[in-house]
Design a binder for this molecule. Structure first.
Ligand SMILES: [Zn+2]
Length: 309
């Protein structure tokens, strides 16, 4: 009897979901990053069911998908990606997943990339692989790019469910208002940071620096993905000493790198761990949390420097 009743309930649910006036099942979305998952949920609200592929706080250049990941892509309605060189692997993944109806959104569409390399810079990659051939891909670290990303997500979701477009637009606009308020607060806090020269491992923070006036004077990698030569290393040490660099902005997956540890030992610079994704390990659940935390930890490190004189 229980089974029959269960079956009847199941059939009834199917009938209801196909009846006009009743809520349709959520749009299944797969995103590459946790930040895109957050932003898609912002736009889609209860109309979306979102999963992500890249584990937070891992190197996005080194993603290896499992058959389970491909199955998730196959079973999704919408695939949302950062685009550019950050995720070259997505082209093969989408093809392998074999879902001809999958709608793909590249949130970088209409974003102005920073640091697009010249031919000379590509040649200087010393035969290695320059990881940012199309320009710096970490554009979401500039809050001014988020409305563009949200607009791209609105277009993708509206393509699948056109009748819900007004709600998606409304959700995106409400978030942009909130984001603008947050950004005003962030801008008011970061002023003193601009006086402090900093070094980073990878060219990850260009948009953050551009937005908040951080003074990044050098990178440990001469070009993205290229290890420093001895000559480059000694120039880097010289720069750090002459400019009295005391802060290194490092992603969680580069902290243990020998170059970072050696530089810390040789210069006494402090490692400040910043993130490009969100997750429990850094107590961040949203894009806003991530930005707030990144700026706060830089701020705390500067306060400590000032305290130490
Ligand atoms: Zn990169």
């Amino acid at each position: 009897m229980f089974n029959v009743r269960f079956l009847l309930v199941g059939v009834l649910c199917c009938l209801i979901s196909n009846t006009p006036g009743f809520a349709a099942s959520p749009i299944k979305v797969i995103t590459t990053t946790t930040v895109l998952k957050d932003l898609t949920q912002v736009v889609g609200g209860d109309q979306v069911q979102v999963e992500h592929l890249i584990k937070p706080f891992t190197d996005p250049h080194l993603v290896k998908l499992t058959p389970r990941d491909l199955l998730k892509i196959r079973n999704s309605d919408l695939f949302v990606k950062v685009g550019g060189d950050e995720e070259e692997w997505t082209f093969g993944a989408v093809e392998s997943a074999g879902n001809p109806d999958l709608v793909v959104v590249d949130t970088s569409f209409r974003v102005n990339y920073l640091e697009v390399p010249t031919e000379e810079e590509l040649r200087q990659a010393q035969g290695g692989t320059h990881l940012h051939k199309s320009g710096n891909p970490y554009y979401w670290l500039n809050p001014k790019n988020v409305p563009i990303m949200l607009d791209n997500i609105v277009k993708g979701l509206s393509w699948i469910r056109p009748d819900q477009k007004p709600q998606f637009v409304k959700n995106a606009n409400a978030y942009i208002q909130q984001l603008n308020e947050w950004e005003k607060t962030w801008q008011s806090k970061v002023q003193p940071l601009q006086r402090y020269p900093m070094v980073a491992y990878h060219k990850t923070w260009a948009y953050l620096a551009h937005s908040f006036g951080l003074n990044i004077v050098a990178h440990i990698e001469p070009q993205p993905g290229i290890s420093p030569s001895l000559a480059y290393w000694s120039r880097l040490l010289q720069t750090m000493k002459s400019q009295q660099v005391q802060l290194m902005l490092i992603e969680p997956y580069y902290v243990e790198k020998k170059a970072v540890q050696t530089l810390q030992a040789e210069t006494g610079s402090q490692i400040v761990v910043l993130t490009i994704s969100i997750g429990p390990a850094y107590q961040t659940q949203t894009y806003l949390d991530m930005m707030e935390r990144n700026l706060r930890v830089i701020q705390d490190a500067v306060k400590q420097l000032e305290k130490n004189g």
